[in-house]
Write a protein that binds this ligand. Structure first.
Ligand SMILES: NC(=O)c1ccc[n+]([C@@H]2O[C@H](COP(=O)([O-])OP(=O)(O)OC[C@H]3O[C@@H](n4cnc5c(N)ncnc54)[C@H](OP(=O)(O)O)[C@@H]3O)[C@@H](O)[C@H]2O)c1
Length: 259
């Protein structure tokens, strides 16, 4: 029976690279995102069976449709990757965009994780990888506050569930990928520029998949960031908030040139 990997946000960036790698490993794929034509084109280029599944996962009916569809398949890997960010002072950023961000980055991850984890626990098999961010490891992110908060939710939920799964002694994995900057379409959507150079989506996805199969719970795909994440535990919260805030302010369009 064919094994499937389901990847949300498979139309670009990290999700697209994960789909390519998992397909190369022999998995059939279910490619989830809103841009139908892109998904169809990608599906035609993958070496194993690939099913384009156009869906807007901010919508409850699309999440239910995805869970119902995947119930008919032998799903072994589920990657909650779709997500986006926004930047700016909280009092000026768009509430509509933030509500949409919470629906995609938090509600969809929560609902789809619950649906898939229930199945995997019953089958005693399966991998869930939630794409969070290094943002989720910080105490907060001034000037990108909602995005940081959504990713902190993903990290916290994943850590807790990994403990529940461990205690259940089931052969199930759940982990969180926490990248720093990665060169994808993320910046165009968030309307920002990175203050630090990004790694490639390909290397991020390859590291993530390798560590997922090694069952690492928190996956940080770059060495300096792994060191930074360890040192961060020693720094006082007000210092971290000030450093992150000034870093995020520099990302905003036009800021660099004015300073
Ligand atoms: N790039 C970075 O620096 C970075 C760093 C840390 C974490 N991350 C996280 O990595 C994940 C992937 O982002 P990326 O960097 O690869 O950015 P990306 O190239 O913009 O990809 C985002 C993906 O999410 C999909 N998506 C967005 N909203 C959706 C919705 N409502 N329904 C279904 N699909 C939706 C997009 O597809 P459609 O537009 O076709 O729907 C696209 O495939 C995100 O969760 C992001 O927060 C990125």
């Amino acid at each position: 029976m064919a094994r499937y990997a389901v990847i949300t946000g498979a139309s670009s960036g990290i999700g697209l690279e994960m789909a390519k790698l998992l397909s190369k490993m022999g998995y059939g794929t279910v490619l989830v995102a809103r841009r139908k034509e892109r998904l169809e084109k990608i599906a035609g280029q993958l070496p194993t069976k690939a099913i384009p599944f156009p869906a807007d996962i901010s919508k409850e009916e699309d999440r239910e449709r995805l869970l119902a569809f995947t119930d008919r398949l032998n799903v072994e890997v589920f990657v909650n990757n779709a997500g986006f960010g926004d930047c700016g002072s909280f009092v000026t950023t768009s509430l509509e965009k933030e509500k949409d961000m919470i629906d995609v980055n938090v509600t969809a991850v929560h609902v789809l994780t619950k649906g898939m984890l229930q199945r995997f626990m019953k089958k005693d098999r399966g991998y869930i990888l939630n794409v969070a961010s290094s943002a989720g490891l910080f105490p907060g992110g001034p000037y990108m506050a909602t995005y940081y908060a959504t990713k902190a939710y993903v990290v916290s939920l994943t850590r807790a569930l990994s403990q529940e799964v461990r205690e259940s002694k089931r052969n199930v994995y759940i982990g969180a990928l926490c990248p720093g900057p990665v060169d994808t379409e993320f910046n165009r959507v968030a309307e920002v520029e990175f203050a630090l150079p990004g790694i490639s989506a390909r290397s991020c996805a390859a590291y993530a998949i390798r560590q997922m199969f090694r069952r690492q719970v928190i996956i940080i795909p770059s060495f300096p960031l792994r060191v930074g994440a360890s040192l961060m535990r020693l720094a006082p919260t007000p210092v971290l908030l000030a450093v992150v805030g000034s870093h995020q302010k520099r990302k905003l369009y036009g800021r660099k040139s004015k300073e």
